[in-house]
Design a protein around this ligand. Structure first.
Ligand SMILES: Cc1ncc(COP(=O)(O)O)c(C=O)c1O
Length: 396
């Protein structure tokens, strides 16, 4: 008889976007000229001084195990970053360095959740949030954030979602996939709700430095009470073009940090030591390459938004951060394009790939059927070519 497998983990879904990405890859391999708007990572090389720090670590440092929660020197640099950028006082005992922000999210949810707990997830959501909540034995409760509200939580819809089982709210600003950036007064409102109901806030700030309009505020900076309830998630992946290096971190109260450290010490031990030295250099070194990257993203963002809004039946709001645009395709629903009936975001993404050789991410992957996500982490030349192709394929 076949032994049964973990029911919990069997229920973790494969990414629904995987199929379309795999199809685009296969078409590229077959020699087709595909323009891809699928990227979830900067198209820039990791800055030279960071690469050099990694080489220096290999040649000149002890690169054995570090403390499971990370190098003390790196934790201190992270505390300095919190002080300088976010007006937050943390000590090294509040920090856990992990193998990417994703592992930090896993640690955070696994530390605070019990079976039966509910975690509020903004929808459209970053694909991993619901699955990470389920892995922690809790239940994701989706709160739809509407385009007309700038894809942000409102006080009313948050309050409606809260029950006696609500353990945490996931907050992601700047947001993937919408590019939404919360203003300070909106964050203060969320902080008040969290405090009034004694709910944790998991504040995913991984796109913190990729902001083109407005400023980033960290919800934890509004007072000791909300700081105690918040687990900040951050890392070097997106801002320093270091996705493959796998370094993320959390800041939280000591009790939570201790459990996350124990958990990580048995699950993975310390994150890669060489990458930790590289992350240390990233935080302490010259920030000019980061500003150059932001400038390039901003130029592409402006072009993309203007072009999309000039195309009949397509539209988008201007994202203020990260590197994604949510393109509204609701006017195409039910229509037939070149013989293909469009009934959902997957149909449209498939149609664009087959007909225009353009890859986009269907909104269904984020829980939103009337959108597709376009990443502008690709050259302006590709963006121009891809949008021309989209324009000629949506003409009715
Ligand atoms: C909102 C959000 N949080 C976390 C992550 C994970 O980041 P990392 O690569 O550091 O694990 C991503 C990556 O796509 C993301 O978009």
């Amino acid at each position: 008889m076949k032994k049964s497998l973990s029911i919990k983990n069997e229920n973790i879904s494969a990414s629904v976007t995987l199929a379309i990405t795999a199809k685009a890859k296969k078409m590229k391999e077959d020699g087709m000229n595909i323009v891809s708007f699928g990227a979830g990572e900067p198209d820039f090389k990791t800055p030279k001084y960071i690469r050099e720090a990694a080489i220096d670590a290999i040649e000149n440092k002890s690169i054995g195990y570090t403390a499971a929660s990370g190098l003390l020197e790196l934790k201190e640099a992270i505390c300095e970053k919190f002080k300088a950028d976010n007006h937050l006082d943390y000590k090294s005992e509040n920090i856990v360095v992990s193998s990417g922000a994703k592992q930090s999210l896993f640690n955070a949810l696994a530390t605070i959740c019990n079976p039966g707990d509910e975690v509020i997830v903004p929808m459209p959501y970053w694909v991993s949030y619901p699955e990470l909540v389920k892995l922690a034995d809790a239940k994701p409760v989706f709160v739809e954030t509407l385009e007309e509200d700038g894809f942000k939580y409102t006080k009313e819809n948050l309050l409606k979602a809260i029950t006696e089982n609500t353990k945490a709210i996931i907050l992601n600003s700047p947001n993937n996939p919408t590019g939404a950036v919360y203003e300070e007064k909106e964050l203060r409102e969320i902080a008040k709700i969290a405090q009034d109901h004694d709910i944790y806030v998991i504040s995913d700030e991984i796109y913190e430095k990729l902001i083109y309009e407005g400023e980033h505020s960290s919800i934890a900076s509004f007072g000791e009470k909300i700081k105690d309830l918040t687990i900040i998630i951050n890392g070097v992946s997106k801002c320093y073009a270091m996705t493959g290096w796998r370094i993320g971190y959390t800041a939280a109260n000591k009790e939570i940090t201790k459990i996350m450290t124990n958990l990580q010490s048995h699950a993975t031990s310390n994150p890669n030591t060489i990458a930790q030295y590289a992350a240390l250099a990233a935080l302490k070194g010259d920030q000019a390459p980061l500003y150059e990257m932001v400038k390039a993203f901003d130029e592409r963002r402006k072009y993309m938004v203007e072009k999309i809004n000039s195309i009949d039946n397509l539209s988008c709001k201007t994202p203020k951060g990260a590197f994604y645009v949510m393109m509204n395709i609701s006017k195409l629903m039910g229509k037939t394009l070149n013989g293909v009936k469009i009934e959902g975001s997957m149909d449209f993404a498939d149609y664009l790939l087959d007909h225009a050789k353009v890859a986009v991410v269907p909104g269904i992957g984020f829980g939103s059927e009337e959108y597709v996500r376009l990443s502008y982490a690709t050259s302006l030349e590709n963006i121009k070519e891809g949008l021309e192709r989209i324009e000629s394929s949506v003409v009715l």
